[in-house]
Design a protein. Structure first.
Length: 320
């Protein structure tokens, strides 16, 4: 059964080229809290406070709020997918050495388990980024947790993080509030750019041939997204799922197949070969590929450099 849910060329930064160099560039997490800038995604290694975060989007939200006042670490190594990450015990040990842990409920069992252990020990501040945010029953899953894919809703997550960092470090509370407000203005601009693409679009259907992290786009922008995989990266498409996707593509005259830059693109290429479609990359902001890391990309960059060019093409948006 096909999951009904909601990519333009990204020059030089496709997953195929990125993974060619990724094998030797994965960054280990153990010891990353030592302050070695080569192993830490962002933050000020000389800061008094260290904050561990559960995956790429949370890392960027937190570093944008923290600014120079805290060292912010993404626990997911470069090149690994946030949803797939299976940490070894050293990662939990690193979290226990930090001052705070920013996580997302119901996203990964290791994050929920770690948060519960930390709360019981009461030694590390635990920050649930989506506190107060109601997950909705999307076409892909009940209680769809991918709230950060909506640049409007994720502003609430940014505010949650700012409030929590202010509690930890009240001396810099004004700075955290100002940083959050400035970043939320940028996120609002991302939302308005997204709306502009949708308003110019001739199509409203997207095919995602990797796991479906994009249903919040369906809720916010009324895009229909179809995936033969569903919401779990561990799922595999059945022949019936693939056949159904091919039928949807034919009936809706869809000429593009999107793939998550953090996952293999084999199925996307196979579908494209069968349907004479073009393959385009899309980012759920869960994976920091080596090239992206080199360019110090955050949430906004993933949207403007990967997602928006792809959406312009896949949705057949009229030129500005």
């Amino acid at each position: 059964m096909v999951d009904d849910t909601t990519m333009s060329n990204q020059d030089g930064l496709t997953r195929r080229t990125a993974l060619a160099s990724a094998s030797g560039l994965l960054v280990g997490v153990a010891g990353c809290l030592s302050g070695d800038d080569d192993e830490v995604n962002g933050g000020d290694a000389g800061s008094e406070y260290t904050v561990s975060t559960g995956f790429l989007a949370l890392w960027d939200f937190t570093r944008q709020v923290a600014g120079e006042h805290m060292n912010v670490v993404d626990l997911v190594p470069i090149g690994e997918h946030g949803h797939d990450f299976d940490p070894d015990p050293s990662v939990v040990a690193d979290v226990e050495d930090s001052d705070a842990f920013v996580y997302l409920r119901d996203f990964a069992s290791w994050q929920d388990d770690t948060a519960a252990e930390l709360e019981a020990a009461d030694d590390v501040h635990v920050i649930e980024a989506a506190e107060g945010i109601e997950f909705f029953d999307s076409p892909a899953e009940d209680d769809d947790e991918h709230f950060w894919m909506d640049p409007v809703t994720c502003q609430e997550g940014v505010d949650n993080i700012a409030d929590a960092l202010s509690d930890i470090d009240p001396d810099n509370a004004d700075a955290y509030a100002e940083n959050a407000a400035a970043f939320n203005e940028e996120l609002q601009s991302v939302h308005e750019e997204f709306e502009d693409i949708v308003n110019r679009a001739q199509a409203s259907d997207l095919i995602v041939a990797t796991h479906d992290s994009f249903q919040w786009w369906h809720d916010r922008y009324d895009l229909d997204i179809y995936s033969p995989i569903g919401t779990s990266p561990d799922n595999e498409a059945t022949p019936q799922d693939i056949e159904e996707i091919e039928r949807v593509m034919e009936e809706n005259d869809i000429g593009y197949v999107l793939y998550d830059v953090g996952e293999p693109d084999d199925l996307a290429n196979s579908l494209a070969d069968e349907t004479n479609a073009e393959v385009l990359p899309i980012s759920p902001v869960e994976t920091q590929l080596p090239e992206y890391h080199e360019a110090d990309w955050g949430y906004v960059d993933h949207y403007r450099e990967v997602n928006f060019p792809t959406l312009e093409e896949a949705l057949e948006a009229d030129p500005n």
